[in-house]
Design a protein around this ligand. Structure first.
Ligand code: PLP
Ligand code: SF4
Length: 403
């Protein structure tokens, strides 16, 4: 016989698990079909077209008129989309748009991809991470001793409304020139202490297979480069990009780490799951870098469900980023206090594997700082606290203010 205390404890844990379990059951029961059929009809396209990433890129939805033809959009929203879209361009792949089932301004995919009037508020900075002053050569951003970022393009499959690099998006797609890339490789070669290179953008996988192969080849020829990371949101916004050909390129240049950005459970679909599983099964190590976004995912059950579902598709939750104070993204902000309170509930309630690290990017490009519940206890009555960066630099934040 099992002892009474164990049985009682077990019964209590089942009760503790119940409300999330109910939420998850409800979530699955409400999963509806996507609007893929609607989009295929609209473009007069075939399944084969849909599966092709170049078709997805070429047929991105980029203006309010197209949206109005597809969805039943009220006049007011239509005008807003037009006005804001003219100032900050937008582009959504048919695939990512198909995750929006009907016109709904609370839909997490809608909020991340369709222009909103709040973007015109002039609060925040263009470059709070001071990337412009951490650029020693070519397309390199260097903020740490042993690793660098190479920004290979400003182009993305879909432009996220919350993007921290909005200042680079501009009006035109612009892949970095060959000479700029050469200068970056030269810098890495001359600095043998750099062992980890992050290829990002924009979205590095908007480049062609041959361009990607070339970059990986050049970096692999530098003996001191140990690992290569690729930053891309294509598994989420254009999973068709993860072709067998691309996977074979990654295999050739192994070890490759891919970090992507799933922000909400609805983004985990048959297509995105297949893309991630194919990558993982060919030896690519996958991580997720979520961004906390008000009304999209700053909600505990959503956060837990997202991270659990990621593990099922072999993506390890890596970071949660606290939203930065970038101009045009203020409406996505939450306070650090709010973020920590949501985040800390993960511990204990779910697998340690499903718990990423919560990160604040310190002002002026001082680097990443880990956020946790100790910070809540140490802040003063007004919410101020001085934190130290990895180098011991001090930075003062207010945990209650919306940045
Ligand atoms: C975030 C970041 C990295 C990578 O940091 P990890 O903590 O190793 O993931 C590297 N360079 C820059 C400039 C960064 O901002
Ligand atoms: S994919 Fe990344 S760089 Fe591109 S718009 Fe989205 S957040 Fe910005």
């Amino acid at each position: 016989m099992f002892n009474k205390a164990s049985l009682q404890r077990s019964a209590n844990l089942t009760i503790k698990a119940k409300s999330f379990f109910d939420y998850k059951t409800e979530y699955y029961s409400q999963l509806k079909h996507s609007s893929k059929e609607l989009l295929l009809n609209y473009f007069g396209a075939t399944e084969n077209d849909w599966e092709s990433w170049t078709w997805q890129l070429k047929n991105r939805i980029t203006n309010a008129e197209q949206l109005k033809e597809l969805f039943d959009i009220p006049q007011y929203e239509y005008e807003q989309i037009r006005k804001v879209g003219n100032k900050f361009r937008f582009a959504i792949t048919p695939y990512y748009l198909s995750l929006i089932k009907s016109f709904n301004t609370n839909d997490p995919v809608y909020l991340q991809s369709i222009p909103q009037s709040e973007e015109l508020y002039d609060i925040g900075e263009a470059d709070p991470m001071n990337e412009l002053n951490n650029n020693p050569a070519g397309a390199i951003t260097r903020r740490y001793p042993d690793r660098v970022i190479v920004n290979v393009t400003n182009s993305c499959a879909a432009f996220c409304r919350h993007c921290q690099r909005r200042r680079n998006i501009g009006e035109f797609d612009n892949h970095k020139s060959a000479s700029c890339l050469e200068e970056s490789y030269e810098y890495i070669k001359k600095h043998p202490e750099i062992r980890d290179v992050l290829i990002t953008g924009g979205d590095s996988l908007t480049l062609s297979d041959s361009a990607i192969d070339d970059i990986l080849f050049k970096l692999r020829s530098i003996k001191t480069v140990e690992i290569i990371r690729i930053g891309t949101r294509t598994p989420v916004t254009m999973p068709q990009r993860i072709t067998d050909r691309l996977i074979n390129i990654f295999k050739k240049h192994s070890p490759i780490y891919v970090n992507t950005q799933f922000n909400h459970p609805v983004e985990i679909t048959t297509e995105s799951a297949r893309a991630c599983l194919n990558l993982a099964d060919s030896g690519v190590v996958l991580g997720n870098q979520m961004v906390f976004l008000k009304d999209v995912n700053a909600n505990y059950y959503n956060l837990q469900l997202l991270n659990q579902l990621l593990l099922k598709i072999k993506v390890r939750p890596y970071y949660i980023f606290h939203p930065k104070k970038v101009i045009g993204t203020h409406h996505f902000s939450i306070s650090i206090e709010e973020g920590i309170k949501i985040y800390e509930q993960l511990r204990g309630n779910t697998s340690g594997l499903a718990i990423p690290t919560y990160i604040l990017n310190a002002d002026q490009g001082l680097g990443k700082i880990v956020l946790n519940k100790e910070i809540l206890q140490l802040a003063d009555v007004k919410g101020f606290i001085t934190l130290k960066t990895w180098e011991g630099n001090k930075t003062t934040i207010n945990i209650r203010s919306i940045r």
